[in-house]
Write a protein that binds this ligand. Structure first.
Ligand code: ADP
Ligand code: ZN
Length: 215
């Protein structure tokens, strides 16, 4: 499958994307994960991106497009991909369209994960992330806590609160989403690719997405 997952921060894009990859061998491409790994490794991209990310602002489109042009041409994309966190702005969506045309491939569907605002806020403030950039497992101090001493159940690394998960940065990310990313919903509706899915439980969401792929 070749799909784009849209949704506010905290809508569960990462969790749903991971579950979808188990379905047919498509690869999850999370721009947030790629950027966090770049920051951790101290690459040129990471150094340039960090200040934006820590504030909860978007990283400039030019950096994102350079990164994604390379990523989408890697061999592991041949069986399909699930884009999680990209595109995030109208210019990114327009550039993606051109890029896919050049590569001769098309998106199957763009899924908009709809989650009520109070649920989003609760999830964001209780979310914790594995600090190992190769793992980045997501935990929740209420519904899915790490081990008692605060370690990742998968790789044993410390589980932390991300720099962009302070209350101030969370508010900024939500504002940025409304202003820059929400317009993609009507963009993809016009393109005839949009599917709105109410997303409260990730497993049910995955089933709804699979069903949408067959219609
Ligand atoms: P969330 O969806 O929870 O905000 P992500 O992990 O998707 O978190 O992204 C974290 C940060 O990485 C964003 O706040 C932003 O600074 C940056 N980022 C990720 N994807 C993009 C993108 N497509 N364009 C611009 N910035 C991005
Ligand atoms: Zn881990």
């Amino acid at each position: 499958m070749r799909i784009v997952l849209l949704g506010a921060p905290g809508a569960g894009k990462g969790t749903v994307a991971k579950l979808l990859t188990e379905h047919d061998g498509s690869v999850q491409i999370s721009t947030g994960d790629i950027l966090r790994a770049a920051v951790k490794d101290g690459t040129e991209l990471g150094v340039q991106a960090k200040e934006y990310m820590d504030r909860g602002d978007l990283v400039p489109d030019s950096l994102i497009m350079k990164m994604m042009e390379e990523r989408l041409q890697a061999d592991d994309c041949e069986r399909g991909f699930i884009l999680d966190g990209f595109p995030r702005t109208i210019p990114q969506a327009e550039e993606l369209k051109k890029l896919l045309e050049r590569l001769g491939i098309a998106l199957d569907v763009v899924v908009n994960l709809e989650v009520p605002k109070d649920v989003i806020l609760d999830r964001l403030t209780t979310r914790r992330t594995c600090s190992n950039p190769d793992c980045q497992a997501i935990y929740n101090i209420k519904s899915n806590p790490p081990t008692e001493d605060g370690r990742c159940k998968i790789c044993g690394s410390p589980v932390i609160q991300r720099d962009d998960e302070t209350e101030e940065a969370i508010m900024n990310r939500l504002e940025t989403y409304n202003e820059k990313t929400a317009p993609l919903i009507s963009y993809y509706e016009k393109e005839g690719l949009l599917k709105n899915i109410l997303s409260l439980k990730s497993q049910e969401t995955v089933e709804k997405i699979k069903a949408a792929l067959h219609t």
